[in-house]
Design a binder for this molecule. Structure first.
Ligand SMILES: Cc1cc2nc3c(=O)[nH]c(=O)nc-3n(C[C@H](O)[C@H](O)[C@H](O)COP(=O)(O)OP(=O)(O)OC[C@H]3O[C@@H](n4cnc5c(N)ncnc54)[C@H](O)[C@@H]3O)c2cc1C
Length: 367
C-alpha cells in the first residue's frame, strides 16, 4: 500500500490541470488514471478557449471563463518553458457564425447580457458582411451574421494534455496509469482507494474522473449529477491557410487540417460515430467554407462531454470536519485549464473554496 498526501482520481483535462497546479505548489500529489479503455473527453475535444456565448445567464461562469482566458497567455508560456511542448496556443480572437436571422437576433441579446454580467471585460463586435469578408475571405458570403470576440482562442488539446502531464511530472508529481479506482472508503484520517492494482491511501482526495465522478462522488457523500453528451468531429487533410480565426464549427489546426465540429447527441455512453451525423457536419462545413467541397476527410470520431444538467461546471467539497475531498466536473475543461491549474488548485489546500465558487456547487440542482 502506498500513501500520498493528495490523490487526484482522473488524469483527463480537469484532473491533469489540477494535478499540475498542486504539484506546482510543491504539494505531494499522486494522479491515477484508468487508461485507454476509459471515457476520455480530453482526447476527443475541439480545442477551443471560448468566451463568447458563455455565462450570460450564469454570471459566476462568465467571470470564471474570462479569468481563465486572461491567465492563458502566461499559462501556455509557463508550460512551454517547463516541458518544451508548444500547445499551439493562439488567442487572436474567434468568430461565431449565426446561421439564420432568428439566431442572430437572439445572439445579440445574449452577448449584451454576457457583457453586462462579465464586469466590463468581455469584448465583442458583430460583423457586417464586408467586415467578415475582410477577416475571413474564404467564408461564404451567405452567412446572415457573425460576431468576433478578441477574448477567444484555441490550442491543440492533445498537446495540452501532454504538457499538463509532463509539467506535473516535472514538478515532482507521481502518475499511475492503468489504475482504475473501483471504490473509495473514508477512514478516520483519510481515504482508502481500491484499485485493480491494490489499495492506495490518501490524506486528501480530488475526484476528477469525468463522467465516472457520478459513480465515485456518492462514495464520499458528494454528488456530481452528470449527463453524457456525444459530440462527433471530423478532420480534413492538411490544407493551405483557409481560416484565420477559430469558431465552434471550424478551426484550422497548427498543421493545416480543418477540424469540423461538432454534434450534440444524447446516446448514453456510446462514443462512436455515425455516417448520418458526419454527413450533416460535412454539409454545414461546406456551406460555411465552400473551399472544403472537394477536400478529403481523413478522420472522424465521437467523444462524450461531461455535462451537468444546466451545462455549467460542478465544483464541490465535503462540509463535514473529516478528511478533505473535492469533486470537479466541467464541460469546458480546455478553456478552464488555466484557471483550474493556477487559481482553483491553490484553493484545495485551504479550509474552504473561495466563496466566489459557491455558485458552482450541485446544491443549485436541489434548490
Ligand atoms: C466533442 C467534444 C468537444 C469539446 N470541445 C471543447 C472545447 O472546444 N473547449 C473546451 O474547453 N472543452 C471542450 N470539450 C470539453 C472537454 O474535453 C472536457 O471539459 C474535459 O475533457 C473534461 O475533463 P475531465 O478531466 O473532467 O474528463 P475527461 O477528460 O473525460 O477525463 C477523465 C479521466 O478520468 C479517468 N477515469 C475515469 N474514471 C476513472 C476511475 N474510476 N479511476 C481512474 N481514472 C478514471 C479517465 O481515464 C479519463 O482520463 C469538448 C468535449 C467533447 C466531447
Amino acid at each position: 500500500m502506498r500513501d500520498s498526501r493528495v490523490v487526484v482520481i482522473g488524469g483527463g483535462m480537469v484532473g491533469a490541470a489540477l494535478g499540475y497546479g498542486l504539484a506546482r505548489q510543491g504539494i505531494e500529489t499522486l494522479m491515477l488514471d484508468e487508461g485507454d479503455q476509459g471515457l476520455r473527453a480530453a482526447r476527443g475535444n475541439f480545442g477551443l478557449l471560448w468566451v463568447q456565448g458563455k455565462g450570460a445567464e450564469f454570471p459566476a461562469y462568465a467571470r470564471w471563463t474570462m479569468d481563465s482566458c486572461r491567465l492563458w497567455p502566461d499559462f501556455a508560456a509557463e508550460l512551454a518553458e517547463l516541458t518544451d511542448i508548444d500547445v499551439q496556443f493562439r488567442q487572436r480572437g474567434g468568430i461565431h457564425y449565426c446561421l439564420d436571422e432568428p439566431e442572430l437576433e437572439a445572439y445579440r441579446l445574449e452577448l449584451a447580457q454576457q457583457a453586462e454580467v462579465s464586469g466590463g471585460d468581455f469584448e465583442y463586435q458583430f460583423l457586417s458582411p464586408t467586415q467578415l469578408a475582410r477577416l475571413e475571405p474564404h467564408i461564404s458570403a451567405n452567412i446572415p451574421g457573425a460576431c468576433y470576440s478578441p477574448n477567444d482562442g484555441h490550442v491543440n488539446p492533445l498537446f495540452l494534455l501532454r504538457a499538463l502531464h509532463a509539467g506535473f511530472l516535472a514538478k515532482g508529481g507521481h502518475y499511475r496509469p492503468r489504475h482504475h479506482v473501483l471504490n473509495i472508503e473514508t477512514t478516520h484520517d483519510g481515504f482508502m482507494l481500491h484499485t485493480e492494482q491494490g489499495p492506495i491511501r490518501a490524506e486528501q482526495l480530488v475526484l476528477a474522473a469525468g463522467l465516472d465522478n457520478r459513480r465515485l462522488a456518492p462514495m464520499v457523500d458528494l454528488s456530481q449529477p452528470l449527463i453524457p453528451q456525444r459530440g462527433q468531429l471530423l478532420i480534413t487533410e492538411r490544407l493551405p491557410r483557409l481560416l484565420n480565426y477559430p469558431s465552434i464549427y471550424l478551426r484550422q489546426t497548427g498543421e493545416g487540417s480543418i477540424q469540423i465540429g461538432d454534434s450534440s447527441e444524447q446516446v448514453g455512453l456510446d462514443d462512436g460515430n455515425t455516417p448520418q451525423v458526419m454527413a450533416r457536419l460535412a454539409r454545414r462545413a461546406i456551406s460555411l467554407l465552400p473551399a472544403l467541397r472537394h477536400r478529403h476527410i481523413v478522420r472522424g470520431w465521437g467523444a462524450l462531454r461531461v455535462l451537468s444538467p444546466d451545462g455549467y461546471p460542478v465544483y464541490e467539497q465535503n462540509r463535514d470536519p473529516g478528511p478533505r475531498v473535492h469533486a470537479f466536473s466541467s464541460h469546458s475543461g480546455v478553456t478552464l485549464a488555466a484557471v483550474h491549474a493556477l487559481t482553483l488548485a491553490p484553493m484545495l489546500m485551504a479550509p474552504r473554496l473561495s466563496p466566489s465558487l459557491e455558485a458552482f456547487t450541485p446544491q443549485r440542482f436541489k434548490d
